[in-house]
Write a protein that binds this ligand. Structure first.
Ligand SMILES: [Zn+2]
Length: 148
């Protein structure tokens, strides 16, 4: 039951998770060493963020002598998918195309990425509809003004 609960990670906590995902196992000192130039955090800040992530169930901790070793309890792949799905959950279905177009414009993409996206677009094109259904609560988007 606990494992199914969605964990929300703040921007600062993402920075810590990325280090642990990369190193697999890390001490707070190692995490801070990676982030000190980028984030200009004091060791205490890193420790606070680690503490929150352990509490949330995103990191597990193991004592080794007088040190604590941290490992990720959630997968990077799953978290990236959830974070991108969150964007779509925050907006009207009819604004999804625009939001995705914006992401596409912002992203630096390889030829392999382009091939993957072209393939996906081809598939999505076969499923495209004339008008995307809006399932917003009245008052959270203007769709119903056009249909009500
Ligand atoms: Zn809507």
């Amino acid at each position: 039951m606990q494992a199914m609960e969605k964990i929300t990670i703040s921007d600062a906590e993402w920075e810590v998770m990325r280090v642990v995902w990369t190193l697999k196992q890390a001490t707070s000192k190692e995490i801070n060493a990676v982030l000190q130039d980028k984030m200009a955090w004091k060791p205490a800040t890193t420790k606070t963020l680690i503490g929150r992530l352990v509490k949330k169930g995103a990191l597990t901790t193991e004592a080794m002598g007088n040190r604590f070793i941290y490992s990720a309890a959630i997968s990077e792949e799953v978290e990236i998918k959830e974070a991108t799905s969150d964007i779509l959950a925050h907006i009207c279905n009819r604004k999804a195309g625009e939001a995705i177009a914006h992401l596409l414009e912002e992203a630096a993409l390889s030829h392999d990425d382009m091939a993957m996206l072209e393939e996906l677009l081809k598939k999505k094109k076969s499923e495209a509809v004339d008008v995307v259904a809006c399932d917003c609560v009245p008052g959270q988007c203007t769709c119903q003004h056009f249909h009500g």
